[in-house]
Structure formats: structure tokens, C-alpha cells
Design a binder for this molecule. Structure first.
Ligand code: SF4
Ligand code: SF4
Length: 286
């Protein structure tokens, strides 16, 4: 069973919720926690697991063009056809800006002189460790300036799949892009988390379009519900029976994470609220 926690917007409490749900599921089932936010992984921080990783696996899921200048006749076709403007003509020869290149391969196909060949590049790594709670944590990191976070997420999930588990709890990247789609692939349920702000609600609706495209059942958690009561009520009415619960705004949550204290190890109100969300999730999904 795969449960993905996703949010259209970053900074709405997703990793906090994932860390707490993973610890709660761990009391009943064999679990694996997976951090799919390869651009900015932080689930280990919410679980107070900032020490060394037990295993690091290098990932090669991207490619970059290599230009053979002896074959190139300077026609400029590759530059014209690069949608990412990663190539420019300098002294009648194409020059690559590696930070703009998405490794799409269009330049290789278009080159009439066969002067361009795409070469694989190591663009990230997968990190694995057993947490102090007994369950494994699989995380990953896309290297700075590299592309292909969606493919890195797919590799992270493949490694997590190899570990013995009954429930996989996945922390998706924010937004609606490739890493989110890769996180949602094969999911049995999605917990969407948002906050009652205009941008939070609007981004929630956007990510829901992706979730519904894949026909995945979902539920909603409203974090910091009490910072904007009219909008919070509106979101509650909008979600109807899909509402799994609400978490109150509490500055102490930030203090807890600064001190590397997982929410379930605090006495904060959020702890009780998340336990209620966990119970509702179990009722809804068995
Ligand atoms: S398309 Fe090929 S031949 Fe033309 S400029 Fe690019 S590398 Fe050179
Ligand atoms: S691989 Fe794609 S993005 Fe990179 S330089 Fe070639 S056409 Fe541009």
C-alpha cells in the first residue's frame, strides 16, 4: 500500500505530516518512509535523522550532448531547435550551457553531421538508512544544477520497493511537475495538505487535477486552519467528506523542528490533531 502526501505549494507542513504519519503507521505495520522531494529533501530532519547515511547509491538518469567540432559544419540547426536555449553560436560553432540543458536529445536528432552525441551524466544519489524508530528511510538528492528530478524519484521508489514493507509512506515534492507525477505513480491514496491562503487553495486545486487524472482516492488536511477562518471554512465545505482533519497554527512546531524534535515526541496540540487525522485515514481506507 502506497500513501503519498502531496501539496500544491511548498511550506505547508507536508514533511511534518509525513514524519508523524510514518511513525504512527510504524506502530501497526512494517513501513518504509520515502522522501521524494529530490530537489530539497528534508524528511530526515523531521525524523531527527541527520547523521550519516548507511548506503548511498549514485544515480545516472540524465544525459548531456557532446559536440564533435571536427564533424560540425556550423549550420546552427541545433541552436535553432533547442527549446531550452541551452545552445548558442559562438564563433560559428554551437556552445553548450550545461545549466540550461534538459538532456532532451533534440540536438542529437536534428544534427545533419551526426556531430552531437548524448552522454549519460551522474545527476543525483539515493540515500538509505534505518531510523531509530526501526523503519527504513529512503531519500534522494538531485545534484545542484542537474536536471531529471522525476527520474531520480522513480529510482528512489525502486530502491524503497526492495525493502521489506507493508506500507510505503511517500513525501512528494511540492507543485505539479515531474517529481510529483513520479511520486504519485502507483499510489493507492493521496493525502493532500494545504493552508488557508489564496495561493495555498489555488495550488491545492492544481495538484488535485493531477491526482484526479490518475484516479487516485484522496483526502485533505488543512494545516494552520486557524490563521484564516473564512477561507478555512470555505476549503472545508469544498472538501466535504474528503476532509481528514485540521492542524492548528503553533509557533512551537518551528521550535520543535529547530531542536530536531519530531512532532510525535512533543506535547503539542498538533500531535493530537495528527493522531486524529491518522485515525480518520484508517477509518476511510481501512
Ligand atoms: S546541428 Fe550539428 S553541424 Fe549544425 S551546428 Fe549543430 S552540431 Fe554543428
Ligand atoms: S539536449 Fe535538448 S536541451 Fe540539451 S542542448 Fe540538446 S536540445 Fe538543448
Amino acid at each position: 500500500m502506497k500513501i503519498v502526501i502531496a501539496s500544491g505549494k511548498g511550506g505547508v507542513g507536508k514533511s511534518m505530516l509525513v514524519s508523524a504519519l510514518a511513525m504512527l503507521f510504524n506502530k501497526k505495520k512494517k513501513i518504509v518512509a520515502v522522501d521524494c522531494d529530490a530537489d530539497a529533501p528534508n524528511l530526515n530532519i523531521w525524523l531527527n535523522e541527520i547523521g550519516e547515511w548507511e548506503k548511498i547509491i549514485k544515480v545516472i538518469t540524465s544525459a548531456r550532448p557532446e559536440i564533435d567540432y571536427k564533424k560540425c559544419n556550423g549550420c546552427g540547426l541545433c541552436v535553432k531547435n533547442c527549446r531550452f536555449e541551452a545552445l548558442e553560436m559562438v564563433n560559428n560553432k554551437p556552445k553548450l550551457n550545461r545549466f540550461l540543458c534538459e538532456g532532451c536529445g533534440a540536438c542529437e536528432i536534428i544534427c545533419p553531421q551526426k556531430a552531437i552525441i548524448l552522454k549519460p551524466v551522474q545527476n543525483g544519489e539515493i540515500r538509505i538508512k534505518k531510523t531509530k524508530y526501526g523503519f527504513p528511510l529512503v531519500s534522494g538528492q538531485l545534484y545542484p544544477g542537474e536536471s531529471g528530478s522525476g527520474k531520480v524519484v522513480t529510482e528512489i521508489k525502486k530502491e524503497a520497493e526492495k525493502l521489506n514493507h507493508e506500507v510505503m509512506v511517500l513525501d512528494s515534492a511540492p507543485g505539479t511537475g515531474c517529481p510529483v507525477i513520479a511520486s504519485l505513480q502507483g499510489a493507492d491514496f493521496v493525502v493532500l495538505i494545504s493552508e488557508p491562503t489564496p495561493s495555498g487553495f489555488s495550488d491545492l486545486k492544481r495538484v488535485l487535477m493531477v491526482v484526479e487524472h490518475f484516479k487516485i482516492p484522496w483526502g485533505l488536511v488543512i494545516n494552520k486552519w486557524d490563521i484564516n477562518l473564512p477561507l478555512s471554512n470555505k476549503m472545508e465545505k469544498w472538501a466535504k467528506s474528503k476532509l481528514l482533519g485540521k492542524i492548528s497554527y503553533d509557533q512551537e512546531i518551528f521550535r520543535a523542528v529547530s531542536n530536531l524534535t519530531p512532532i510525535l515526541e512533543t506535547r503539542l496540540k498538533a500531535k493530537k490533531e495528527i493522531k486524529k487525522i491518522f485515525d480518520n485515514l484508517n477509518k476511510l481506507y481501512g
